[in-house]
Design a protein around this ligand. Structure first.
Ligand code: 5RP
Length: 236
């Protein structure tokens, strides 16, 4: 790869490169979003250019789409691909059962659609993201702009009955303006500190009118790779 990581990025870099072991010629691959996924996209592009690997990629964000094209990867839509062989994506937090929180980069909706439409999801992380119980990382929830304050109030009210340690809900901002997803939606970050029952919480959130999707990825991740700053890698 022409670009090399700073030492601080080494853990993400080695994890991303190991994930490329799962790629085979001819595959349709979901391309995740975030700094770890970006190393994977660069590595995949290198194999396309250097080794003549033939793959097509379905990006999970406009950022990843631009990077993939720059790296020489043929980009197609999920509509064209219909189903994918593999998705490789990062995560913000993971638990021992490979449950994830995603959406720190705001791309959780496309990420969940693409991962769910794949035979296999490989998640690339570093060991700092391991937790016993999900929830230390604020849970992103994508909501439509129409009536978002009402949606926020409904979420706050519904959290009262949930097994969580915190209940603060904040609107994500980008330079003092509301952050907008690729779909033009908003992100509410739920500061829950500990999520006692992730499955119940996920079902509850997705029943609230105005909620498009939440960042809990449960029973979706098949393989999780953690990198270390010293270059070590573990596959779970
Ligand atoms: C984007 C995501 C990312 O995968 C997650 O935020 C991890 O990002 P990074 O690899 O930069 O730590 O879910 O929506």
């Amino acid at each position: 790869m022409s670009a090399k990581p700073d030492p601080i990025d080494m853990a993400k870099y080695v994890s991303a490169l190991r994930a490329l072991d799962y790629v085979q010629d001819g595959m349709r691959i979901g391309l995740g979003t975030g700094s770890t996924a970006a190393w994977m996209v660069r590595g995949l592009g290198e194999r396309v250019r250097r080794d003549g690997l033939r793959v097509t990629g379905v990006p999970t964000s406009s950022r990843t789409a631009s990077l993939a094209r720059e790296c020489g990867i043929q980009v197609i839509t999920l509509e064209d691909a219909k189903w994918l062989d593999l998705t490789i994506d990062g995560a913000d937090e993971f638990d021992p059962g490979l449950g994830l929180i995603k959406g720190g980069g705001g791309a959780l909706l496309q990420e969940k659609i693409v991962a769910t439409a794949s035979d296999m999801m490989v998640v690339i992380t570093d060991s700092s993201k391991a937790v016993d119980t999900l929830g230390a990382f604020p849970l992103p929830v994508e909501v439509i702009p129409f009536g978002w304050q009402t949606t926020k109030a409904l979420i706050e009210e519904s959290l009262i009955g949930m097994d969580v340690a915190g209940r603060q809900v904040t609107l994500r901002l980008n330079r003092d303006a509301p952050y907008r997803t690729d779909e033009g939606n908003l992100i509410l970050d739920l500061h829950l500190r500990r999520i006692g029952n992730a499955r119940q919480l996920s079902l509850m959130l997705n029943q609230i009118p105005g909620v498009v999707e939440n960042g809990l990825f449960l029973d979706i991740c098949d393989v999780l790779i953690t990198g270390e700053a010293d270059g070590g890698v573990e596959v779970h």
